[in-house]
Design a protein. Structure first.
Length: 227
C-alpha cells in the first residue's frame, strides 16, 4: 500500500507539472510594480468604469445651475486625464479644476446652452407646425445640434488653466471639421448616451462621465495619428 501510494503521488505531481495548452514558456513574466508606480486605471478590473461613474456624478452636480455645465465638463475631462496619467484624482482635485475652468468662461457657458435651447425649440416648432420642407429643416437642425455638442465636448477637452475660452472654442470648432472621424465617433457616443437616457432616465447622471471618457479617447487617437 505504501509503494502504491508513493506511485500515485508521483503520478499526480507529474500531471500537475504537465504544461497546459495555453502555457507559453517564451512569454515574459509580468513586471512587478515599483513602489511609486500606480496600478493602471486605478487598479482593479472596474477602475476606469468606477472613475467614469464618479466623474459623471460630480459633473452632474456641478452642472445643476446649467450655466456651469461647460466648466464642469472641462473639469470632468481633466479628472479623467488625471486618473489615466496616475496623477491625484480626488474629489478635491475635481473641484479645483472646476474653479479654474470657471475663470473667463461665462460668455461661452451662457451662449452655448442658449443656442442649444434655441435649436431644440426650433426643432419642436417644426414638428408641431407641419411647415413645408419641414423634414429638411429638421435634419439641418439636428445636424447643428450635433455639431454644437461636439464642439462643446472638444472645447472641454481642449481646456487648460490660463488659456482663454474664446481661443479654446475656436480651436475646438476647427478640430471638429479637421478630424471628421473623431467627430463621427463623438456623435455616435452622444447617440448611445441619448438611447441610454431614453431607456432609463436615471442613467443621465453617469452620461457626463461616459462622454468625458469618450472625448479623451478621441482626442488621444487624433494626437497619436498626427504624431
Amino acid at each position: 500500500m505504501t509503494v502504491f501510494a508513493g506511485r500515485q503521488e508521483r503520478v499526480s505531481l507529474g500531471a500537475m507539472s504537465t504544461p497546459l495548452p495555453d502555457d507559453d514558456s517564451g512569454r515574459p513574466a509580468d513586471p512587478a510594480p515599483g513602489p511609486d508606480q500606480k496600478p493602471l486605471l486605478g487598479g482593479g478590473r472596474f477602475g476606469l468604469f468606477s472613475e467614469a461613474l464618479l466623474v459623471g456624478l460630480g459633473v452632474s452636480v456641478l452642472s445643476l445651475p446649467i450655466i456651469t455645465a461647460v466648466p464642469a465638463l472641462a473639469a470632468g475631462v481633466s479628472h479623467v486625464r488625471r486618473h489615466l496619467d496616475g496623477r491625484p484624482d480626488t474629489v478635491a482635485a475635481l473641484w479645483e479644476d472646476f474653479k479654474a475652468a470657471c475663470r473667463g468662461v461665462w460668455l461661452v457657458s451662457i451662449g452655448m446652452p442658449v443656442l442649444l435651447l434655441v435649436l431644440l425649440f426650433n426643432l419642436q416648432l417644426i414638428g408641431v407646425g407641419g411647415m413645408p420642407g419641414g423634414a429638411g429643416v429638421r435634419i439641418a437642425t439636428v445636424f447643428l445640434v450635433a455639431v454644437l455638442l461636439v464642439i462643446t465636448l472638444r472645447a472641454a477637452a481642449g481646456w487648460s488653466p490660463g488659456v482663454r475660452w474664446g481661443a479654446i472654442v475656436q480651436t475646438a470648432a476647427k478640430r471638429t471639421g479637421d478630424d471628421l472621424t473623431g467627430t463621427v465617433l463623438l456623435v455616435v457616443a452622444l447617440g448611445l448616451c441619448a438611447v441610454m437616457v431614453w431607456m432609463l432616465a436615471p442613467l443621465a447622471v453617469i452620461v457626463p462621465g461616459l462622454l468625458s471618457l469618450a472625448v479623451v479617447a478621441v482626442e488621444h487617437r487624433a494626437s497619436v495619428r498626427q504624431g
